[in-house]
Design a protein around this ligand. Structure first.
Ligand code: SF4
Length: 355
């Protein structure tokens, strides 16, 4: 390979002059680095910052987190979405306490075995904490390197990931592995951004093949488009003057162990008439009783990575409570804020959905 040591040198110079001052920067504490990396998966830095500070204040070390109740951990995560990240964080904290005597394992392979930690997070933890030469390869890195070297290899295949990981490893200044990785990620986040980067102020303007070729927007190359599926959710906010009904989601998935109102799910849109013929509906709302249904939210679109949700909320006043609760929990309205709820519920409760 040609001598590409200029990449590492220029990146680190740029980083020292331009890096954002963030609370998890320049730390060598693997626990805090781990928490910040998990929060920042799928979350923008501006939003993640507030969550990170609150989380670390309540759970300052791995022991405090391991000792906490899962429901409380989820409560601190509420609003970030992708709750499996919080559940895995909690589970892995217990593993560190039980299997590693409370000391974060100082080995890439052992870190990788912890639940919820993949190649990327493991590389970030060991390189930032102990300067171990494992390359971090995320969307920012794919974008920058594919443009710099005009690489047409798709980034969303196993082969592409291996290619970019090997390339990052070759470009790395191993004596400053942690600094190099952080510089690479920050450069992709701030300078070589997805849409219209300002190449005129880039330290690689004279080296970047995509810029020279005026083909920046063509990189990175992707092979597959994610297929999404539509799902229709009908929620019922059933209440009397000071109680309401909720249910814990037990099914595996991103909202596991979170609470929500009684729900009917469907792959196709339903009219109210069709909804009222569903068995669950008939169980909750028995014939012969009078119910007052008010539609508060209608077909609000909510996009997840593999699903597009269309959400309806009905408010239903029941004067004497439901005759048949079938799996629902009746709680006082004041108690609701003790239960972790998912984002759709949060939007509804904070009246962020428009009618
Ligand atoms: S010149 Fe433009 S496309 Fe190339 S690395 Fe710099 S910002 Fe990215």
């Amino acid at each position: 390979m040609e001598n590409f040591s200029f990449v590492s040198r220029k990146l680190i110079e740029w980083y020292e002059a331009n890096k954002r001052l963030l609370p998890w920067r320049d730390l060598f504490d693997p626990y805090k680095i781990w928490v910040s990396e998990i929060i920042l998966q799928q979350t923008r830095v501006a939003q993640g910052l507030e969550y990170y500070n609150r989380f670390i204040e309540r759970f300052p070390d791995v022991k405090t987190l391991a000792d906490a109740d899962e429901q409380e951990v989820l409560k601190y995560w509420q609003g970030l979405g992708y709750y499996s990240r919080a559940r895995n964080l909690h589970f892995a904290a217990k593993t560190v306490m039980d299997k590693h005597q409370g000391v974060f394992p100082k080995s890439y392979e052992e870190v990788l075995k912890l639940k919820g930690i993949g190649d990327y997070t493991a590389a970030a933890i060991v390189s930032f904490s102990w300067n171990m030469p494992y390359p971090v390869v995320d969307g920012n890195v794919f974008r920058f390197l594919s443009r710099l070297f005009a690489i047409a290899e798709p980034i969303d295949t196993g082969k592409g990931k291996k290619y970019f990981t090997a390339l990052t490893g070759e470009l790395m200044d191993t004596s400053r592995a942690g600094l190099f990785n952080q510089a690479l990620m920050e450069f992709g986040a701030l300078q070589c951004i997805p849409a219209s980067p300002d190449c005129t102020v880039c330290p690689f303007d004279a080296n970047c093949l995509a810029y020279a070729d005026r083909s920046v927007s063509r990189y990175p190359v992707k092979q597959n488009k994610t297929k999404t599926k539509d799902l229709y959710l009908y929620y019922f906010h059933i209440h009397d003057s000071d109680h309401l009904y909720i249910k814990e989601r037990n099914e595996k998935g991103i909202w596991q162990n979170l609470f929500e109102f009684p729900l009917i799910e469907s792959d196709v849109p339903l009219t109210f008439e069709q909804l009222s013929r569903k068995p669950q509906f008939r169980e909750w709302f028995q014939e012969g009783s009078a119910y007052d249904f008010k539609q508060i939210v209608e077909k609000r679109k909510h996009v997840l990575s593999h699903r597009v949700l269309y959400v309806d909320f009905y408010k239903v006043y029941v004067e004497k409570g439901l005759k048949n609760r079938s799996g629902l929990t009746k709680i006082s309205t004041k108690e609701l804020n003790k239960y972790p709820v998912h984002r759709l519920m949060q939007y509804y409760l904070e009246e962020k959905f428009e009618i």
